[in-house]
Write a protein that binds this ligand. Structure first.
Ligand code: SF4
Length: 300
């Protein structure tokens, strides 16, 4: 099947030292250079088929959002390759990325911070349409914008309001309409419902799936894989009304490993309830356990 996105051994690191002097330290009376790097994304590989939804799951701080921002090149990757629709975009400059900006869009986690508070909703939607020439005139852009707003459940008379006049759920709907405005082929939804009330979450998720069916784009959804012990532990932490879950949710203990000094072997071994001696020594390699279903774990 045709791939929309192929990511191989993606790496992202951030330098913790501030300024030139921050890179040096006194050790035994001598000034020595010391680099302190945060390893935010470590050799991540995956690919997404055209028209499919791909989910990326993990706890807070594990690098999911950084992976998303790196594949869309809002931050430059420090290693690995990114191919979009078969083209290697890893080293593209911001200028070269312009034509891809229209094809790949992002729905952000925080609907309160992701909309410009000084712009009316109609302008938030029409501006990218005119920039990317999805509409030729302001009138055409406004007509398209009203149609899109209707699809996401915002009434025409609300289009001239400002973001602060809307609830969190409505703002996220507006963020979705903005992403759709340029008719993208690929959308990254970065935990699009985590900032919303539980009652609104299902509505937004249903809306995203309905729109996918209608517009036929692909998603990178920051959400799971039922094989890996880490995923099982995450799933066991979901509260259930039966009461039996309380015991199982205590499976994982300990802290997220330091992103500066990564542990040896499998990065999860210090907290994994299934860890074996080999997990401490060797990083597991990727194994295909079912058709196009991969897992990185010594248990498989
Ligand atoms: Fe757990 Fe070992 Fe699998 Fe890592 S490789 S997830 S430590 S069983």
């Amino acid at each position: 099947m045709e791939k929309i996105l192929e990511v191989e051994n993606l790496e992202q690191k951030f330098d913790l030292s501030t300024g030139v002097l921050g890179k040096f330290k006194f050790k035994k009376g001598r000034l020595v250079k010391e680099e302190r790097m945060v390893n935010a994304v470590n050799k991540v590989s995956f690919s997404i088929d055209k028209g499919k939804v791909f989910s990326l799951v993990g706890e807070s701080g594990c690098g999911k959002s950084t992976t998303a921002r790196t594949v869309i090149k809002l931050v430059e990757p420090k290693g690995g390759t990114i191919k979009f629709a078969g083209e290697d975009i890893t080293n593209f400059t911001p200028g070269q990325m312009l034509k891809y900006r229209k094809r790949m869009q992002m729905i952000f986690q925080d609907p309160y911070a992701s909309l410009n508070p000084r712009q009316k909703i109609i302008d938030i939607i029409t501006e990218p349409m005119l920039f990317h020439k999805v509409a030729n005139t302001k009138k055409e852009a406004e007509e398209k914008a009203l149609e899109l707003l209707h699809k996401v459940g915002i009434r025409p008379e609300q289009a001239t309001r400002y973001p602060h006049q809307f609830s969190g759920g409505q703002r996220q709907r507006i963020g979705i309409a903005r992403a759709l405005a340029v008719e993208p082929e690929f959308i990254i939804a970065d935990e699009p419902v985590s900032a919303l009330d539980v009652s609104i979450q299902a509505q937004i998720l249903n809306l995203l799936m309905d729109l996918k069916d209608e517009f036929k784009f692909s998603y990178l959804f920051i959400s799971h894989d039922p094989l890996h012990p880490y995923t099982k532990v995450l799933l066991s932490a979901v509260p259930k009304l039966s009461g039996t879950n309380l015991k199982r949710s205590r499976l994982v203990k300990g802290e997220i490993p330091s992103a500066i000094n990564l542990p040896s072997g499998c990065y999860f071994h210090e907290r994994c309830p299934y860890a074996r001696p080999i997990c401490k020594e060797e990083m597991p390699t990727e194994k295909e356990v079912k058709d196009n279903h991969f897992v990185l774990c010594h248990l498989y």
